[in-house]
Ligand binder design. Sequence first.
Ligand code: SF4
Length: 248
Amino acid sequence: MLIELLEEYFQREEPHRERDYFYVSEVGKCPRQIFYAVKGFPRPPLDGQTARKLAVGEEAHRRIVQAMYELGIVVAVEAPIPPGALFHGRADAIVSLSGKNYVVEIKTVHPYNFDQMAIAPRRDHYLQLQLYLHYLQIPQGIILAENKATQELREFVVELDRPEVNRVLAEFEALRELIFVRGELPPLPDKTDWEYDQCKYCPFADFCRKDMREIPRPEASLEVPAEPPVLPEPYEREIRVLGLFDEL
Ligand code: SF4
């Protein structure tokens, strides 16, 4: 009863449009999935539960940033990568601690992943922070993780890792050439390095299975007919006067 109303309230269409750059959050993602995202292939609407989970993460970000403001350590928030770069993205915050600036990436993580991060950050989080360190020219940063279930915090202080940054930049330069210049669909990926099975949650799995390279045309039944339908009297006359959606 109420749940159905709330589900409908929270679910939303994900905007999909073509772009010619990558997001920092795409580091570590399947290259085929990136192809479908940058080419603007349609994806199913975001269901209510996933939308609410995202809202909880955004709320945690706001709470932590607010606390850092009140501590008087914030230098900047939502710091953007300079325009024209291969990647687009905004670092969550830059803080000053003991006279040094640090880029801070805030991550809210599932309890299982939080336990996996006992001694080291997740690889995709590490690489995303590395890109921010590179583009913002700040040689150190902090990955701050909050357990979604218990609000326990964990932090990892990392230094700029130049070899890894160069490797990621070279990898995405090659992907840029493949997708944007040659317009090719990347081959099926080697999944051995994946931290989880991305195919299981992939919104583009149907397109991938069929090796699709072009956005499918809308169903013929949804296309607007070239000629208006011929309706029997009296409806023909009424519709011309009133319009199709007026009450007859
Ligand atoms: S189904 Fe798997 S291989 Fe295909 S695009 Fe999605 S994540 Fe990549």
